[in-house]
Structures are given as C-alpha cells and as structure tokens.
Write a protein of this length. Structure first.
Length: 145
C-alpha cells in the first residue's frame, strides 16, 4: 500500500469516526469489554484520559481524551495530540498540541484472554504541519509471568 493510499484510508476512517461522534453519545448502551493498553505494558483499560502512541520516546501522546463512543469494534474520542518536533533533535525538541479525533479499531485477543484495540487513527481537526491523519499500531498487553 502506498503512502498516498494509507493517507486516504486514514482520512476516510477519521471521517467515519467524526460522523459517529455526532450520532452516538458515550452514554448510549452498555460499554463493551474491549480495552486498550498503553505500549503493551500497562494493564488494559477502557476510556483512558491519555494514551502514549510512540512508546520509545513518548514523542506523541494523546491527552484530554473525551470518549464519545466505546463499542465492540470501534471507539472514538476527541482530544489533543502532544507532539515533539524533534528540532534540533528529539532530546532538545519542543512539544506542540493539535486538536484531534482518535479512532480505536482492529480488535484482537491479548495473551491474558481479553479483547483489545490494536490500531488508532488520529485525525487532526485543525492545522498540522504535514499531516491530516495518521495510523498507529497499539501493542497487545502481555502480562509479566
């Protein structure tokens, strides 16, 4: 899949998520047991207030997440993406905040036997230098044993 195709797909998924935000409030129905784990290290949870997406350096973090829908196949939230510009390098870089819609999807089973979201599409709702939407993989939780 080319970069352009991935960008178009991510944008379409974000558009569907934005539509869901308008149609279904988070309080509608029972919350499904699907969860998400931060970097595969933290115990999976539902509706986190923040989520680290780049686990090696925490260069991209979703913050202030307000969940509008949490279901068996998809979850959607509005919030902020805090991103390090890595200029002149990541250690000396500066954080910048961007408004986003986050869509969690691709449910798989983790080794602890629970259902977990394994992808997130981040769709920028305002200006972002160079991106409109991006897809991140989310690691499955593996309990230490």
């Amino acid at each position: 899949m080319t970069r352009v195709t991935r960008t178009i797909a991510a944008t379409l998924i974000g558009a569907v998520a934005a539509t869901l935000l308008l149609l279904v409030p988070a309080s509608a129905g029972a919350i499904a047991p699907v969860k998400v784990s931060e970097c595969g290290l933290k115990k999976p949870t539902t509706q986190p207030k923040s989520l680290i997406l780049t686990c090696a350096d925490a260069g991209v973090i979703l913050n202030h997440l307000k969940w509008r829908y949490w279901g068996e196949q998809v979850a959607t939230a509005m919030g902020t993406s805090t991103e390090n510009d890595c200029k002149p390098n990541c250690a000396a870089g500066h954080d910048h905040d961007f408004g986003i819609v986050a869509t969690l999807w691709r449910v798989k089973s983790n080794t602890a036997g629970g259902a977990q979201y394994t992808r997130v599409t981040v769709t920028y709702t305002g200006k972002h230098p160079g991106r409109r939407a991006v897809v991140y993989d989310l690691r499955l939780y593996t309990p230490e044993g």
